[in-house]
Design a protein around this ligand. Structure first.
Ligand SMILES: Cc1ncc(COP(=O)(O)O)c(C=O)c1O
Length: 377
């Protein structure tokens, strides 16, 4: 038995050909004092909210012998209210769909609009799960271009859409790992190109939008039935452990994802917890304001130390430049040696740091100040 355990690996199993030799997604989880590598919110949920979650979950627990509300109507109603209040565009329950993290939302979209024989395009570097979810759903992946400054090269993107005629177009704003926000007129142009080419679904991933200096792209939903805006409670709501993502789109898109969603995919406990968090929106958005100020401080101080910084609209900052992929990896290691974990996303010459508490950010800034001195020595 133990011999077999040693000798049989994944690739010896009859798995799908395209999964052979691949690695699962995941940032290194190392036990270091300052962890600024996964774009989490550093602030634990406030105690009154923790108490409210306990209350609502206890209420839900009394009904756990039954399946949950399959359509999550109360939760979607509250998410629609939140979007309407903060997104600059009226949204109703029929426009909103929720799942276990925005990763599951994106997976459901690719199961519905992508799949075998179909393709999706994203403009890289960007959130690597878009390509991985494409692979997992059998959707072909096309890597589209960006400019040197990490903004989307619109003319090249339009040309790539016209040439490849993808079924799904991903636009991430603010983009991960660069922090770059996308202008509304860029999304308008890409949407027009995508409709002329196919027509295809355009997914605007706004996981970090609450941290942006700019408004949400939600108003672009008006008159664009093939546009989807995806959101999450993992970042601004400080609830990465909750696993709650959602989308806003034309009601027909919400109807379409019903074809692939598992029945009762959102547990009653998840729905109750998310509803409790939404009751505390204003407090949680207060933390977002603090994080935005810390993000801006990181940008200013990194520049003052002598690093290049990509303009950031997210709760993280991309900084460099190091000498190619080897240089960024060596810098990552030196920062780690000083007890601070940042992220090497594989963008040659650049690293990404998540805005943490003021104390965590000070520890990071001390580490990179030392690193700069070493490099200059
Ligand atoms: C751009 C982007 N979209 C989506 C997600 C997924 O978030 P979740 O599945 O926690 O909602 C992330 C997580 O880091 C992200 O960076």
């Amino acid at each position: 038995m133990s011999d077999q355990n040693d000798t049989i690996g994944i690739d010896d199993l009859p798995i799908r050909e395209e999964l052979k030799g691949q690695s699962p997604y995941g940032a290194p989880q190392l036990d270091v004092p300052v962890q600024l590598n996964t774009n989490e919110n550093p602030y634990p949920l406030p105690e009154p909210l923790v108490a409210r979650i306990a209350e609502r979950v206890a209420e839900a627990a009394r009904g756990l012998n039954r399946y949950p509300d399959r359509d999550a109507v109360e939760l979607r109603t509250e998410l629609a209210r939140y979007l309407t209040r903060t997104g600059g565009h009226p949204v109703g329950v029929a426009n909103v769909w929720a799942a276990n993290g925005s990763n599951e939302v994106l997976q459901q979209l690719l199961q519905t609009f992508g799949g075998p024989g179909r393709t999706a395009i994203g403009f890289e570097p960007s959130y690597s799960m878009h390509a991985l979810i494409a692979r997992g759903t059998g959707t072909g992946w096309i890597s589209g271009p960006r400019n040197e400054d990490f903004t989307i090269d619109v003319a090249a993107a339009e040309a790539a859409i016209a040439a490849h005629r993808p079924d799904v177009v991903f636009v991430t704003s603010p983009n991960n790992p660069t922090g770059t926000a996308v202008e509304a007129d860029v999304v308008e142009r890409l949407y027009t190109a995508a409709q002329a080419a196919k027509p295809s679904l355009v997914v605007v991933d706004e996981a970090y939008v609450e941290f942006s200096h700019r408004d949400s792209l939600l108003p672009l939903l008006e008159g664009r039935p093939h546009l989807v805006v995806s959101r999450t409670m993992s970042k601004a709501f400080g609830a990465a452990g909750l696993r709650l993502g959602y989308l806003a789109a034309h009601p027909a898109v919400v109807d379409a994802v019903q074809l692939v969603r598992l029945p009762y995919h959102l547990s009653a406990v998840t729905q109750a917890t998310a509803l409790a968090a939404l009751e505390h929106t204003d407090t949680l958005l207060g933390y977002v304001e603090q994080l935005k100020a810390e993000r801006d401080r990181l940008v200013a101080e990194l520049r003052a130390i002598g690093y290049e910084v990509t303009e950031s609209d997210a709760n993280f900052v991309q900084f460099g430049r190091f000498d190619g992929a080897e240089g960024s990896h060596a810098a990552w290691r030196r920062i780690l040696d000083r007890g601070v974990l940042v992220r090497d996303n594989g963008v040659p010459g650049w690293l990404r740091v998540t805005a943490g508490t003021p104390e965590e950010n000070d520890a990071f800034l001390d580490a990179v100040r030392e690193l700069k001195k070493e490099q200059n020595a």
